[in-house]
Design a protein. Structure first.
Lengths: 115, 113
């Protein structure tokens, strides 16, 4: 079935370090891809998205590129800050067929950034 | 402010006592959905609604009911809660279902004892 796999956490980095969180997917159709972020005690917020192959989503210094050939959507940031500490979720939606609008999530990766 | 509002934020209840978690959005979104978040299992869809009076089951609908009588409201009903429904619940809405991106509520932490 359709699924999202992201790297296990927690990930601990020092401020200004480079961040990569890997995400790969399996989909029976052509998905749209998302990264969501969840700060402690809050709901999920859309961080960035890409709807077709080779699209690059970007927001707040984070980037991810939709790679259809490797079925991947890795999240990167060049210099993390303490305020980036949160749980990050990779997700997909199939644009045809299946349960419509069902965001299929990865299990989440907890990021802790130390000063 | 554009938002999805869930109530209550926290709820402790006893097995079998009917409860409703409310969800309201002020963005005129067509699509609304409920998810539950459990450690080690991530987020899973319970029910969704494409529009008023149109609802359908997600991945884990057992033990839940929903209704969509108005566009802005999408309550989640637990007719007879059980301890395995202890979870963190999120309501979400979107202009369209297929790629626009969802707005999530702040969550409802439910404990059934």
């Amino acid at each position: 079935g359709d699924s999202v796999t992201q790297m296990e956490g927690p990930v601990t980095l020092s401020e200004e370090a480079f961040l990569t969180i890997n995400c790969t997917y399996t989909a029976t159709g052509y998905p749209s891809l998302f990264w969501y972020v969840q700060y402690p005690g809050e709901g999920l917020q859309l961080l960035l998205k890409a709807t077709k192959a080779d699209d690059k989503g970007s927001n707040k210094g984070f980037e991810a590129t939709y790679r259809k050939e490797t079925t991947s959507f890795h999240l990167e940031k060049g210099s993390v800050q303490v305020s980036d500490s949160a749980v990050y979720f990779c997700a997909l939606i199939l644009r045809a067929g299946g349960s419509q609008g069902n965001l299929i999530f990865g299990k989440g990766t907890k990021l802790s950034v130390k000063p | 402010e554009a938002q999805v509002t869930q109530n209550p934020r926290y709820l402790i209840t006893v097995t079998g006592k009917k409860l409703t978690v409310t969800c309201s959005q002020n963005m005129n979104h067509e699509y609304m959905s409920w998810y539950r978040q459990d450690p080690g299992l991530g987020l899973r869809q319970i029910y969704y609604s494409m529009n008023v009076e149109v609802t359908d089951k997600g991945d884990v609908p057992e033990g839940y009911k929903v209704s969509r009588k108005e566009k802005r409201n999408f309550p989640l009903i637990l007719e007879s809660p059980s301890p395995n429904q202890t979870s963190l619940y999120f309501c979400a809405s979107s202009l369209t279902w297929d790629g626009y991106g969802y707005t999530f509520g702040s969550g409802t932490r439910l404990t059934v004892v």
